[in-house]
Design a protein around this ligand. Structure first.
Ligand code: SF4
Ligand code: FES
Length: 328
C-alpha cells in the first residue's frame, strides 16, 4: 500500500495505482480532468496532458520534487508522495496552455454540434481555458466522412485522444480505422473511407470526448438538454443490455451506454441495443438517470442538492426522489 496526499487530502491506495485513480478515489474536488484516459480501455492516457499535476514530494524515501509537471494518468503513486493539482498555480497555468493547444484546431461550432451540453472539451474550456487565443493561423478543416450508415466523422473536431482507436482495437472484432500520419497532419481515418461495421462499433461515439464521432440516428434531432435520460435494460445476447434511453416527449431519440461520475461508459453496449431498439416497448424502464446538477442536461429536470465539491454519484437525486423537506 502507498500513502499519497493530493491537495492536502491523504489516502492510502494499492501499489501501482496512478495519481489520477487515487485522486478520483478522494473525489471530484481534487481529481484532475482527463480527456484521453478511459478506465475500461487498456493503454489509454498519455496523449492529451490535461491531467498534469505537480509532484511536490516524490516519496518518503526520496522526497525530492519531480522536476516537471507529470501526466497523472500515467504516473503511479509512491509511498509518501505529495501531489498538487488545483492548489498549484503552475498546474493551473500549464493546463490553460493545454486547453489552448486543444482548441488550436477545434472549431467553436458548439451551437450546431450534437455533443454540445455533454462535451468534455466544452467543460474543460469553461473550467480551465483562457478567454483569448494567441494563434493567428487558420484552423485546419476536413470534409465530413461517413463511416457507414450509423456513424459520422467530423475530423475537424477531433482532438486525437485515441479513445475510439482503443475501442476498435479492444472491443470490436476488427479495427479498420486509426490515426494516420504524425504531428500536425495527424488524422483519424479509415484511409479508404471504409465503413466501420461490427457489433460494438457504436461505442466509439460514446467514448469520443468531443463531437467528432456522432450518431447518425440522432444527429440534429434535438439539443441534448431538451431530452430526458432514463435508465433501461433489455435481455440482449450480445451485451449486458443496460443502457440509457433518451426521450424527447414520447420518442426515444437515442440509446447510449451508462456513464459514471467521470463520464466514462461502465459497460459497452452492442449496436442492436444502440441503433435498433428505439421503442419504449423494447425496454424495461428502471427510472430517471442520475445527472450531475452541474450538467446542462439537468436543466429543468433535476434539483440542485449538493455543492460541486461534495458531488458523488450517490448524492445526486432526480426530482421525484426528493423526500419531504429536502426541496429547499
Ligand atoms: S474521433 Fe473522438 S475519440 Fe477518436 S481520437 Fe478523435 S476525439 Fe478521440
Ligand atoms: S488524461 Fe492523462 S494525458 Fe490525457
Amino acid at each position: 500500500m502507498a500513502k499519497v496526499t493530493i491537495d492536502g487530502q491523504t489516502i492510502e491506495v494499492a501499489d501501482g495505482t496512478t495519481i489520477l485513480q487515487a485522486a478520483r478515489m478522494v473525489g471530484p474536488a481534487v481529481a484532475p480532468p482527463a480527456m484521453c484516459f478511459y478506465t475500461n480501455l487498456k493503454t489509454s492516457g498519455g496523449y492529451c496532458r490535461t491531467c498534469i499535476v505537480e509532484v511536490s514530494k516524490g516519496s518518503d524515501k526520496d522526497p525530492r520534487p519531480m522536476p516537471k509537471l507529470v501526466a497523472s494518468c500515467r504516473t503511479t503513486v509512491m509511498d509518501g508522495m505529495e501531489v498538487k493539482n488545483f492548489s498549484s498555480e503552475k498546474v493551473l497555468d500549464a493546463r490553460k496552455g493545454v486547453v489552448e493547444f486543444l482548441l488550436l484546431n477545434h472549431p467553436l461550432d458548439c451551437p450546431i454540434c450534437d455533443q454540445a451540453g455533454e462535451c468534455h472539451l466544452q467543460d474543460l474550456g469553461y473550467e480551465h481555458g483562457s478567454a483569448k487565443t494567441r494563434t493567428d493561423f487558420e484552423r485546419r478543416t476536413f470534409e465530413k466522412i461517413s463511416l457507414g450508415d450509423k456513424i459520422q466523422l467530423h475530423m475537424t473536431r477531433c482532438i486525437l485522444c485515441y479513445r475510439c482507436v482503443k475501442v476498435a482495437e479492444q472491443i470490436t472484432d476488427g479495427r479498420v480505422h486509426g490515426v494516420m500520419n504524425r504531428g500536425d497532419v495527424s488524422e483519424i481515418s479509415t484511409y479508404i473511407e471504409q465503413a466501420i461495421e461490427n457489433d460494438f462499433s457504436g461505442n466509439i461515439i460514446d467514448v469520443c470526448p468531443v463531437g467528432a464521432l456522432t450518431d447518425k440516428t440522432f444527429r440534429f434531432k434535438s439539443r441534448v438538454w431538451f431530452t430526458k435520460p432514463v435508465n433501461a435494460h433489455r435481455n440482449c445476447d450480445k451485451c449486458s443490455g443496460k443502457t440509457v434511453i433518451w426521450y424527447k416527449g414520447e420518442e426515444v431519440t437515442r440509446v447510449t451506454g451508462r456513464k459514471n461520475q467521470w463520464g466514462e461508459v461502465e459497460e459497452f453496449i452492442c449496436n442492436t441495443c444502440r441503433f435498433d431498439k428505439k421503442q419504449t416497448s423494447d425496454w424495461t424502464i428502471e427510472g430517471p438517470t442520475a445527472v450531475s446538477h452541474q450538467s446542462v442536461i439537468s436543466a429543468n429536470h433535476y434539483m440542485k442538492m449538493v455543492k460541486p465539491n461534495e458531488l458523488t454519484l450517490n448524492n445526486i437525486k432526480p426530482i421525484g426522489m426528493l423526500t419531504e423537506g429536502e426541496n429547499k
